[in-house]
Structure formats: C-alpha cells, structure tokens
Design a protein around this ligand. Structure first.
Ligand SMILES: [Zn+2]
Length: 434
C-alpha cells in the first residue's frame, strides 16, 4: 500500500490517494472506529464515488494495481482520537484517526506514505524516512497509535547518546525559546542514557504541547510505527521546573523496556516510576533522602489503593477500577527488589537492562514480562528475576516493602525518611549513585 497524503493550510481536511501493489483489500476503515464519521468522500482514481458500507469504504470494484482517494474532516477525526488536540492552528493526532486501512490485516509487504504539504507546514511523524521523503509504515503503525503533528516549525534534530531525536514544539506564547527546550531534551537524553550507557532507542520524536502555568504536566510515549513522546509543558516553565519534573524522567524511562501487554502494566509502570525517582537523585536534581521518601510515600499510597485480584488482573482492569496506585507502586517495589537482588550478585537493574536491551532495541512487537525476565536472567548463572516476576504477577494484595526497606536502612521518621546504617546500606547508596 502506498499513501500520498496532503492537507490544506488551515488543517481542515486531509486528502489521501492510496495505491495498491496487486489486489486491493475488500475494504478500508479507520484505525479508530469513532473516526469513521470524519469521512467526507471516497472515490476511485477517476473520481467516481465508492460505496461506503458499515463505516468501511468498499473496494470490491477496484482492479489489480488500482488507486483510490478519500478525504476526511480533520476536526472530526481529531475528536475521535485520544490525546489529540489543536493549538494555535496546529494539530497533533494519532494516525489511526485518518489513516484508513484494511481492518482485517496489516498490509503484506508493508506500506509507504508521502506527505505533500502547503509551504510552511511540516508533518512530524515517528516513521522511518528515506532520502526521497518516503516514509515506511511498519506493521505496528497499523496496530498501535503514534503521535503525528502538523505544525509550522520544522523539527529540531538532536543527536547524542546513540539516539536521533527530533523535537517539535507546537503553539505560541512560549517563555522558553527553542534553545532552552532543546537543552531540556539533551539533559533528559543524557540522564536516561546513564542507565544503559546509551539512550535506549535509536530514533524518537518528541512533541511539546503548550499548557497553562509552569512545569511539565501530562506525558505519554507511543510505539505505532516508531517511538514518539508527547509532553504538555507549561508556557511559563523555567528550565529548572522542567528538569525537576518527574514526568520528564518517567515517560522516557518507558523506552527502557519493549512494548508489553496491559496485564504487564505493573512492570512497565513500575520500572518507569522507580527510575523517575532514582535518576533525579543520581543526577543531583533531588537528594537520595528525597528519592527514598518519594518511594516510601508511594508504597504507602499503593498499599491503600483499590484494585483487587492478582497484580496482572489489577493491571488489566486499572482503567476501569482506578486502581493505578497499586499497579504502579507494586511494580516499583518489584523494580527495587529486582535491583537489590541483582546488586547483591554484583550486577544491577541498569546492568540487566544494558545487557538485554539489544534484544528488543528497535523492536516494535509486543513482548511480555516473562520474556523480559528471561532476557534479564540469561547472562546470570541463576534464575533471579523470573521467579520474582512470577511471585509479583500472581500476588493478591500489596507486597510487603517494610522488611526490605529496613534491611536497606530506610527508616520512617517525622519528616519522611531517615537513612541509617544497616545490612544493605551499601546497596542503598549504590542505587542512588551515578
Ligand atoms: Zn507511565
């Protein structure tokens, strides 16, 4: 499948011409069901209307090697897509809202896309691009959402720590200029790279969307066709407020692991939550005591959070039950317990990630927590993380963190926590040390 996509300068409509090598699929539908009503027209290449049945464009009249065209209302498509928005005449969306495809299977042999845009408009996508501007849509571009921005600024390319990152900011009224935002991302890349000795992925699109106030608000990483991250950033942010925000460190830490299914949310959220506290301590942004205090507070909140059943079940149902606290913080307890166990063997969670990451770097397929633990355990002479994972995944109720914290010399006091000499205090210090 080959897509040629154009939009008008005011981003009202998106037009696509789609050509097929060989036979066309029976029909095309949007990646997001609710985006079906954004369809304005669908025709063959000669402009004859194609029938639309049950929210699908019927292609049964197309011959081999044929092309067709469709047009969607971008505002209706945007509203059908989660985490999409318009700001100062620019747009961020997921391709599922406007990239109509065969809903029964991903295109055999892959797909390509080319954008033809009005002067001064740029499409920023997470997809690999050839020198002639053609982008490749791998299977995951049809299986999962990704962030795509249509804006007035060309992305700024930042290459360091083995990643080629592209930074694009949308909207107007920013107090920080482009250099300051680029510096924020450079620092974040360097900080994340301290875990594995390099940034965990080769390519990354980072989209900054302005929000009221100061500091980093919501953030999210997606893996549809490539790696993309979105951050909501207060227009009045200072460089300090951005680097001090846990959101900076949490979101990018998700890239340390491959894609995992919802039932393993405890593992990917736990690892990101662990590093959101550990990395700022290592980088001197917060003290080790403050990091331990955040971890202990989190464990308390997790223990009192809703969401019953085994941890895998609580992970699967957390959006319905609101039991995020238990999932995130039980997963954080796993990351801490795993890190301590590895450090007692002369390794560390950083080391395990560094050794295993080449197995999944650039892999956009969905792994699972058992496979990740097998990869972590492979260089060890024993099965360490797999049994720990099995215990956590099946556990009903919050894990008992007090005994481990006590052995680490992390004690609660009136102001939060105090750090004391204990059996594992050397391990405790090494966790928060760069
Ligand atoms: Zn997260």
């Amino acid at each position: 499948m080959h897509y040629e996509v154009s939009v008008d300068a005011s981003l009202e409509h998106l037009r696509a011409r789609v050509c097929f090598d060989g036979a066309a699929p029976a029909s095309l539908g949007p990646g997001v069901d609710a985006a079906a009503r954004a369809l304005v027209e669908a025709t063959d290449d000669a402009g004859r209307a194609l029938p639309v049945r049950r929210d699908r464009i019927d292609l049964s009249s197309l011959g081999d090697g044929a092309c067709m065209r469709y047009r969607v209302d971008l505002e209706i498509a945007r509203r059908a897509s989660r985490f999409a928005g318009r700001v100062d005449g620019e747009l961020v969306s997921s391709q599922g809202a406007w990239l109509w495809r065969d809903r029964r299977r991903v295109p055999e042999g892959g797909a390509t896309i080319r954008f033809t845009l009005p002067d001064g408009l740029f499409a920023s996508t997470p997809w690999p691009v050839a020198p002639d501007g053609t982008q490749t849509l791998g299977p995951s571009a049809f299986q999962r959402p990704g962030f795509v921005a249509f804006g007035h600024r060309a992305p700024r390319v930042i290459e360091r720590q083995h990643v080629r990152a592209r930074l694009v900011r949308l909207g107007e009224g920013w107090q920080l200029d482009e250099d300051a935002l680029a510096h924020w991302l450079e620092e974040a890349i360097d900080g994340i790279a301290t875990v594995q000795g390099r940034f965990p992925v080769d390519d990354l699109l980072v989209i900054l969307v302005p929000a009221p106030g100061s500091g980093m608000g919501f953030g999210m990483v997606r893996r549809g066709g490539g790696f993309s991250a979105i951050y909501m950033v207060g227009r009045e942010s200072t460089p300090e407020s951005l680097r001090e925000s846990w959101v900076t460190w949490h979101e990018l830490s998700h890239l340390q692991l491959p894609a995992l299914p919802q039932r393993d949310a405890w593992m990917y959220e736990g690892l990101a939550t662990y590093y959101q506290e550990v990395l700022p301590a290592r980088l001197g942004i917060q003290t080790p005591t403050a990091a331990w205090s955040e971890l202990v507070d989190g464990f308390d909140r997790g223990a009192s959070s809703r969401g019953g059943g085994a941890l895998t079940e609580a992970s699967t149902t957390m959006f319905a039950t609101g039991g995020f606290g238990r999932v995130y913080w039980a997963g954080t307890a796993f990351a801490l317990e795993a890190d301590v166990a590895l450090r007692q063997r002369g390794s560390s969670l950083d080391d395990a990630l560094r050794r295993a990451a080449p197995r999944w770097r650039g892999d956009l397929e969905v792994w699972d927590s058992a496979r990740v633990c097998a990869a972590w355990d492979a260089p060890l002479d024993a099965s360490v993380l797999r049994p720990l994972r099995d215990r956590y995944a099946g556990q009903v109720g919050f894990p008992a963190t007090a005994p481990l914290l006590s052995r680490l010399g992390v004690r609660r006091d009136a102001d939060g926590v105090a750090l004391a000499s204990a059996e594992l205090s050397a391990v405790r210090e090494s966790i928060m040390r760069r």
